[in-house]
Design a protein around this ligand. Structure first.
Ligand SMILES: [Mg+2]
Length: 236
């Protein structure tokens, strides 16, 4: 069977029922977190800056952070079946996350799911030589200041390879990648944003809903999208 559709899947709040980066920052970030998060919510601060500023508030110990993260982990229902479905139809599953990132592989491995994911694009949070947490963004756009991980670039790249892309996400920052998708499965804040912008999407609750989505036709999203990953990033 020829692969002609790919899934681009967000991690926090999508594969997991909760957003681990937000939980870590809001639980361990103290009072300073509130001001940083307010600026993010007001769209004064981009997610890339949010990641670095909040990481500086966390304990400088990735083992402690990882064990704390596992306290909140719950895989959204149907995810294993979804991976089987994707494999059956020979559809790549690409995970793209704009969180701290360091916990993704350990969590997927713990549940025996890591080997079934084709590609993971994520940020890297690590202890630098000064002993503090630093967030590296290896998949950021070369000039755009907004996202730590340019999900739009990953979607466009898959489309250039000939795949129609089913985008699955939940958060406001998913809008940049989602609006390049050929079919968007949205919940929570992403669904609200699709409504606001009049962008077509299907509401989803668990991965059994995703399995039902059929191969979409490839769409030209250059007008409706919010950014140009092959150009200068966010549209002004
Ligand atoms: Mg999310």
């Amino acid at each position: 069977m020829i692969a002609d559709t790919a899934y681009l899947v967000d991690f926090d709040g999508t594969i997991l029922t909760r957003d681990i980066s937000f939980e870590l920052a809001s639980t361990l970030g103290g009072e300073a977190f509130k001001e940083i998060n307010y600026q993010y919510r007001q769209k004064i601060m981009p997610i890339k800056t949010w990641l670095q500023r909040t990481a500086e508030l966390l304990p400088d110990n990735l083992d402690i952070l990882l064990s704390q993260a596992f306290e909140w982990v719950e895989i959204r229902p149907g995810f294993e079946h979804f991976l089987e479905h994707a494999r059956e139809y020979n559809r790549p599953v690409v995970v793209a996350s704009d969180g701290y990132g360091f916990y993704i592989e350990p969590i997927l491995k713990h549940f025996g799911l890591l080997e079934q994911i084709d590609t993971i694009y994520r940020n890297d949070t690590f202890l630098n030589r000064g002993g503090s947490l630093e967030v590296r963004n290896p998949h950021a756009h070369h000039v755009c200041p907004v996202c730590g991980n340019c999900k739009a670039k990953h979607v466009v790249r898959l489309k250039e390879k000939g795949f129609s892309v089913i985008y699955i996400g939940d958060g406001s920052n998913d809008r940049f990648g989602a609006f390049w998708g050929d079919h968007v499965c949205a919940r929570d804040r992403l669904a609200e944003l699709c409504e606001e912008k009049g962008f077509p999407y299907s509401q989803w609750n668990d991965f059994y809903d995703i399995i039902k989505v059929e191969k979409p036709e490839m769409q030209d999203r250059s007008e409706i999208s919010l950014c140009c990953p092959r150009g200068s990033g966010i549209k002004t």
